[in-house]
Ligand binder design. Structure first.
Ligand code: AP5
Length: 218
């Protein structure tokens, strides 16, 4: 099963990608997580990517395409994968198609998550991330047992740099201009399923599961 999760920032792509990956025994590939890891360890790639990410802008296509090309060659991708945050531009979608075609593979389905802007802002503004293990919480919708502390590893929780109000607004505009056109791209290929992302993570997960069950039968 080779899936894409499309959707605006904060809609719950990462949350749902983890649930799908766990349920179907496939890997989650998040370009945002890969890039944040590079930023944290101050690699050349991280320094370059960070200068775009902190402003809420997309990292150049050639950089992320190269990351994905390499990642898809890893053996853990063989049973399948869910791409979370890639592709994000038409150029990335076309490059992905070329890479997969060369390996006689293809994307099975793109799931497009949708939510009102007010709810997106609320989800991002309340998000907290563990500095140590990257676990994601929300101060209202998924609070940690002890405020400011990760349930999983005891690390400190922090806000993502790009989750401040001004950058959130810019990310939403960038999504509309650069990424939303991909909804039509996958619709034209007959590979799009739209899913409402309102309700709690479990409810959204059940909607996704119903769609995947109807398509793939498990
Ligand atoms: P990335 O990390 O991909 O960020 P994003 O697309 O902006 O998405 P988010 O991670 O903000 O949100 P999400 O949809 O995963 O939501 P989550 O599950 O965390 O990218 C960051 C940056 O990297 C980009 O801006 C860009 O600079 C760069 N980048 C990455 N990929 C790139 C690419 N392909 N090309 C170029 N540049 C790229 O949920 C959000 C919060 O809501 C959490 O607190 C969660 O607990 C909570 N929540 C989740 N679901 C629910 C629910 N159903 N109800 C209530 N709360 C919920």
């Amino acid at each position: 099963m080779q899936l894409i999760l499309l959707g605006p920032p904060g809609v719950g792509k990462g949350t749902q990608a983890k649930m799908i990956a766990g349920h179907y025994g496939i890997v989650q590939i998040s370009t945002g997580d890969i890039l944040r890891q590079e930023v944290m360890t101050s690699t050349d790639l991280g320094n370059l990517a960070g200068s775009y990410m902190e402003r809420g802008l997309l990292v150049p296509d050639e950089v992320v395409i190269e990351i994905i090309k390499e990642r898809l060659q890893d053996p853990d991708c063989r049973p399948g994968y869910v791409l979370d945050g890639f592709p994000r531009t038409l150029a990335q979608a076309e490059a992905l198609d070329r890479v997969l075609e060369a390996g006689r593979s293809r994307i099975d389905l793109a799931l497009s998550l949708d939510l009102s802007e007010a709810e997106l802002v609320e989800r991002m503004a309340g998000r907290r991330i563990c500095e140590k293990c990257g676990e994601v919480f929300h101060i209202r919708f998924h609070p940690p047992r002890t405020e400011g502390t990760c349930d999983r590893c005891g690390g400190s929780l922090t806000q993502r740099e790009d989750d401040c109000e001004e950058t959130i607004r810019r990310r939403l505009r960038v999504y509309e201009a650069e990424t939303a056109p991909l909804i039509d791209y996958y619709r034209r290929l007959g590979k799009l399923e739209g899913i409402s992302a309102s309700g709690d993570a479990q409810e959204v997960g059940e909607r996704i599961h119903r769609v995947l069950k109807a398509r793939f039968g498990s």
